[in-house]
Design a protein around this ligand. Structure first.
Ligand code: PEP
Ligand code: MN
Length: 339
């Protein structure tokens, strides 16, 4: 929609109409009492590139259609996307998925112990970082390939599908060979080359919301993966930066019903990275279930006090079964079973 200035002349209105028509859109001129609005119905992309804001008599250009396409519930699909990951269902409203595991794979013993504990407690999938994005370049960056092999062994022992982060395109083949779900971390949500690589791996992608990214930007990032022909994308709300510093990030729970409304993709919540404090993880997990999330991803460690990364937010493995049972009861209130 192009809004003309109050003093715009007929010639200026005609010039805008003619320029719009060069893109093949259907143009409707709507004279008002003070100003004239010109509606362009058709491909918004072509219109955005016309540079109409610079034309004489144009006040502003207001996009009516949404910037994301493939992730939108309006345009591509009408049915919610439901994923089957080694027999675990994500999305669709009948199930709740619980992805649990250590922040980082530290050793075979630590990871296998957590894997066995979370599997026994009812988890749907195992998470674990092999290549870690760290704020400081001097912090532990993960065991890399060795960690991928440990995760594969944990899957072998427990049957749990493995979720792990793709940090660098050069790791893509190794990640594809070991992971069931490829995680794109918050810091890489707008790493468009990496998103395209993830899209081409042919594995479900768990896309975390950037620390300071809007939901529009998250859905456009999802479009990068979807346009590679990969329809299996899970969105993850993990907290954003706000003026509030009491929690590590501010968990945007409103994002969940908003995303469910505007996208067909499943949405999970990571309360661990949002809270940064294990005491908040259980109430935030319940809240995620209550606002309609398709699942939760949480960090669990056998000995969080000695964890190499994110210990303060990790649930004690010994508490996991009780936590999972409580969460399952909350998911059940919405008619969902842990799966
Ligand atoms: C993670 O899940 O391991 C992680 C690093 O999270 P985020 O990208 O959300 O910070
Ligand atoms: Mn972590």
């Amino acid at each position: 929609m192009v809004v003309m200035t109050p003093g715009a002349s007929e010639a200026q209105i005609d010039a805008v109409r003619e320029r719009l028509e060069t893109t093949g859109v259907h143009v409707v001129v709507m004279p008002g009492e003070l100003t004239t609005a010109i509606g362009a119905i058709g491909d918004p992309e072509g219109v955005a590139e016309l540079g109409l804001e610079g034309m004489h008599g144009v006040d502003r250009v207001v996009p009516i259609s949404r910037p994301y396409k493939l992730a939108s519930s309006e345009l591509s699909h009408h049915e919610p996307t439901v994923l089957d990951i080694r027999g675990r269902t994500v999305g669709g409203g009948a199930t709740f998925c619980l992805i649990a595991g250590p922040c980082t794979v530290e050793s075979a013993e630590q990871t296998l112990e957590v894997a066995r504990t979370v599997e026994a407690g009812g988890a749907s999938m195992l998470r674990g970082g092999a290549f870690k994005p760290r704020t400081s370049p001097f912090a532990f960056k993960g065991l890399g390939l060795e960690a991928l092999e440990i995760l594969a062994a944990a899957r072998e022992q427990t049957g749990l599908p493995v979720v792990t982060e793709l940090l660098d395109p050069s790791h893509a083949d190794a990640i594809a060979a070991h992971a069931d779900v490829v995680q794109i971390g918050a810091r890489n949500m707008q790493n468009y080359a990496l998103l395209e690589v993830a899209g081409r791996l042919g594995k479900p992608t768990l896309l975390k919301r950037g620390l300071s990214s809007s939901l529009d930007e998250l859905l456009q990032a999802a479009d990068y993966v979807l346009k590679e022909g990969n329809e299996a994308v899970i969105l993850c709300e993990r907290g954003i930066r706000t003026f509030e510093t009491a929690t590590r990030f501010t968990l945007d729970l409103g994002a969940v019903p908003w995303l469910k409304l505007h996208s067909h993709l499943p949405v999970v919540v990571d309360p661990s990275h949002a809270a940064g404090d294990r005491r908040l993880v259980e109430p935030l997990s319940r809240a995620a279930a209550a606002v309609g999330a398709d699942g939760v991803m949480v960090e669990v460690h056998p000995d969080p006090e000695h964890a190499l990364c994110d210990g303060p937010q990790a649930l004690f493995a010994s508490d996991f079964a009780r936590y999972a049972a409580d969460l399952a009861a909350h998911a059940q209130l919405l008619g969902k079973v842990l799966a």
